[in-house]
Write a protein that binds this ligand. Structure first.
Ligand code: SF4
Length: 82
């Protein structure tokens, strides 16, 4: 049974695409800072909390800090919304 050149190449491209996507996904996940590294806590620091931080992503994420983020949490990287 012979595999046609087209089938072989399209399979290779799909495989490479999957590897590339995995690499990008892994790199993206690694780009976030661990919560312990920035003193994340699940309660506000005065009036400062994740829900009014410029990098908070509702409902429970952050652009720079990894893991589940409470809207009422806080960390040392807090910055006010513009
Ligand atoms: S306070 Fe920290 S964890 Fe919360 S949204 Fe801002 S940077 Fe992310």
């Amino acid at each position: 049974m012979a595999v046609s050149r087209r089938v072989f190449l399209s399979g290779s491209a799909a495989a490479l695409g999957a590897v590339g996507l995995a690499a990008i996904t892994t790199k993206k996940a690694e780009a976030k800072v661990p919560q312990v590294a920035v003193g994340y806590q699940d309660k506000p620091n005065g009036s400062q909390e994740c829900s009014n931080c410029r990098v908070f992503i509702p409902p429970h994420s952050c652009k720079v800090v990894a893991g589940t983020i409470s809207p009422h949490g806080w960390c040392e990287m807090w910055a006010p919304k513009a």
